[in-house]
Design a protein around this ligand. Sequence first.
Ligand SMILES: [Zn+2]
Length: 509
Amino acid sequence: MDFTITTPLYYVNDKPHLGSTYTTIACDAIARFHRLEGDNVIFITGVDEHGQKIERSAKKSNKSPQEYCDSITQSYLNLWDRWSITYDSFIRTTSTHHCSLVYEFYQRVSESGDIYLGKQQGWYCVGCEEYKDEGPNEISPSCPIHKTNLEWRNEENLFFRLSKYQKQIEEIVSRPGFIRPQSRRKEINNFVSQGLKDFSISRVNLEWGLPVPGYTGHTFYVWFDALLGYLSALNRNTLPVDLNQLKDKGWPTNVHVIGKDILRFHSVYWPAMLLSAGLDLPNSIFGHGFLTREGQKMGKTIGNILDPLELLNDYGADPIRWYLLKDIEFGVDGDFQQNRFKDLINNDLANTIGNLVNRTTTMSRKWFNNAVPTFTMNSEDTSQLCTDCLATIKCVREAMYDYDLKKSSTAILELAVKSNAFLSASEPWTRIKDIMNKELVAYELYSVLESIRIIGFLLLPLLPDLGMKILNQLGITSIPITWKNNLKWGLLAKGSLLPSPNPIFNKIL
Ligand SMILES: [Zn+2]
């Protein structure tokens, strides 16, 4: 099956921050999961490179807009490389094949009679790149988000007939599972029920954008440019995508993962544009929450921005991934707290999982000739640990299909907790003193090693490095492309050699 997933196309106004890293890591975990499930995954990310803010930022740094985009885009590429993000397609909205797709899409929407020339006036925030609701009599209003003065604009723009799609959009946004998590649906339903207004798709005072064919001086406005990147990204080479053959390229996407601030554009504007162009709609839109730091919004003025590259250098990818994916419920706001981060990582990864792997492999090596124990007891296991493992596999898979990363990570951790408890209860270190117990100890240690193997596999999408290190400690060095044949009980080869113990995770200080 095809599985297509997208991050937003990040705006290259500034270097990447933790928010975009969070979204990308979450999508990476979901993409890795679907690959292991055997799906043909198309994981799309990219950058939105047009707009006034970029034009102005480029000017400030004495660069041409293209040079400016090139350098910021490169920092995204470098960052995803450092974080081992497994995207399949990276789209830049300044690429030529994207431009030709925008024209083709525009052509279709024009032919549907959905484009007209109209007047747009109001207070405009360049930071948000949108008109605000403040009335014309307002004296120097400012943007509540950017705290900068709004600019009065009065210009002729091209409009898209969103109002024509009122009925269809009402039906689409109320489809179960279209807007996720469920809690975000109400906001959109309210917005739609107030009556959809046509929106402008061009700007006249903006040079750094794609020119609108037939309208000198007009360039396409962000949404009629950036959103289409999801389509142009479907070709992994530089040829334009044929809109008639999107199905073969993985469209529609299974999910657009976005920040909650751009939910309206993705769940209302975008479906209407696609309907107008006669194209299929995305299956779902997932709006995740925002990250704060120690309870405070991150921002330049407060100077509390967490740099994703610094975090990576300080702690490595797995601890940050674990914190973001396990501690924060995907879909709601999250807070990065330094102390909580250290406690969580040391407890979960070093104490619970790390110790489990270390002590079990050490005991097996010591008492069973550096190997996985062998025994003659019935290996058709009915132990509680086997039942727990099978239940965990089911729970993790279901949760991942549901984009519930927290539930999935928590279930894996619980299996490690249960495995530790199993060891404490069976006390192999006491039992082994009596030679008569050797068979039983072998059987019990084997059960725990099996549980560790399953933990290692289940961690691969979430913590690819740690998952691999765990499997390595069991002597498993090559990972199959799909995991279906590995998520079963009793597959660890009895008597196979266990490598010298190597701590899989060191506590962070
Ligand atoms: Zn603003």
